[in-house]
Design a protein around this ligand. Structure first.
Ligand code: NCD
Length: 341
């Protein structure tokens, strides 16, 4: 693995398999059975210049669970970028304070520009419509765990990516990451104008995968293993698109009816979250809450072990974790959510 995690392009199949293995060794810590102090004394800088709940908090929690501490700043208003400071200067300054940096920024390429000014590991927590590599890694880790539970294999699996495939950075990183594995069937369904960029389709096809584009969810998906649905990224629309976009029609809605009548009992449902619960958004329907096929909260939980694995690997403590474990002393509920099964 290279010094930073900025794009899936820098990952080999071996480095991804290594991260998956380290993540599963982190499970007892992530599930709060054991604690470690391998990053005791280390400081993470968490710089978020775009809205975030999961990514910011789970990177923070993952670093703390390895024994480190976190300093963070959110939004442009309270950072010196509001006074015109460049990415270069901010990067050099932060490197004097922190041992690793996670950054989210609205401009594609900005996190790579920031990383070019520092020798401290930088993780891209989302650069505009560009990439979100740690999300793709936790998504792959989720697919792997769910498939193990269901006795399925990734090789030859049928995966549906739906929603905003143009601006959704999670699907950009995920499709590239999946393409490192054995040939898959990938179906893409998005509203007109929000299709997956053709460069990504060409790249994945050139690696031997079968990609099919359909214009709605109205057909047969009975052999589907995973439906990965995404939010419409309206904040990235141009004014013209904002005026013409009428909202997501029912043709693109993933709900119980779609799962029961078009998919199968073993189709799992994923979403990077947040799901847009506002009326008319037609994002992933809440009528699937409590359905065991809905993997979205197992997916968010998986963000902790995977982000711990990323830090441990970048900071080179991935082979000393087991030597440093002890049991937790506080109360931990047996299930995290009230609807968990
Ligand atoms: C996503 C993001 O920020 O790209 N969220 C996340 O990090 N889990 C998806 C989104 O905002 O729709």
């Amino acid at each position: 693995m290279s010094q930073h995690l900025l794009t899936v392009d820098s990952l080999s199949r071996e480095s991804v398999d290594h991260l998956l293995r380290v993540a599963s060794r982190m499970e007892p810590i992530a599930q709060r059975h054991q604690v470690t102090r391998v990053l005791e004394g280390a400081v993470l800088g968490n710089l978020f210049f775009e809205a975030s709940t999961r990514t910011r908090v789970s990177f923070n929690a993952a670093f703390c669970r390895l024994g480190g501490s976190v300093c963070d700043t959110t939004g442009f208003t309270f950072s010196s970028m509001a006074k015109g400071e460049s990415l270069y200067d901010t990067s050099r300054v932060m490197s004097g304070y922190c041992d690793a940096i996670v950054m989210r920024h609205p401009d594609q390429g900005s996190v790579a520009e920031f990383a070019a000014a520092t020798n401290v590991p930088v993780i891209n927590g989302g650069d505009g419509p560009g990439e979100h590599p740690s999300q793709a890694l936790l998504d792959l880790y989720t697919i792997d765990k769910e498939f193990q539970r269901l006795g399925k294999s990734l090789s030859g699996a049928h995966i549906l990516l739906t929603g905003d495939l143009k601006y959704g950075r999670t699907v950009h990183s995920l499709i590239k990451l999946l393409s490192l594995y054995d040939p898959l069937r990938i179906t893409l369904v998005s509203p007109p104008g929000l299709e997956m960029p053709s460069t990504l389709i060409d790249l994945v096809t050139s690696r031997g995968h079968r990609i099919e584009q359909r214009d709605s969810l109205g057909s047969d998906f009975s052999d589907l293993d995973v439906v990965y649905t995404t939010r419409i990224q309206k904040e990235r629309f141009t004014d013209e698109m904002n005026e013409s976009f009428q909202g997501l029609s029912d043709d693109f809605m993933v709900n119980r009816d779609f799962l029961d009548n078009r998919c199968s009992q073993s189709t799992i449902v994923m979403h990077p979250l947040p799901r847009d619960s506002r009326p008319g958004a037609n994002d992933l329907n809440v009528d699937l809450n409590g359905d065991p096929r809905l993997a979205i909260f197992r997916q968010t939980d998986n963000g902790i072990p995977m982000r711990m694995a990323i830090f441990a690997t970048l900071l080179k403590v991935d082979d000393v974790i087991e030597k440093d474990l002890r049991s937790v002393r506080w109360f931990v509920p047996s299930q995290t959510g009230t609807l968990d099964r």
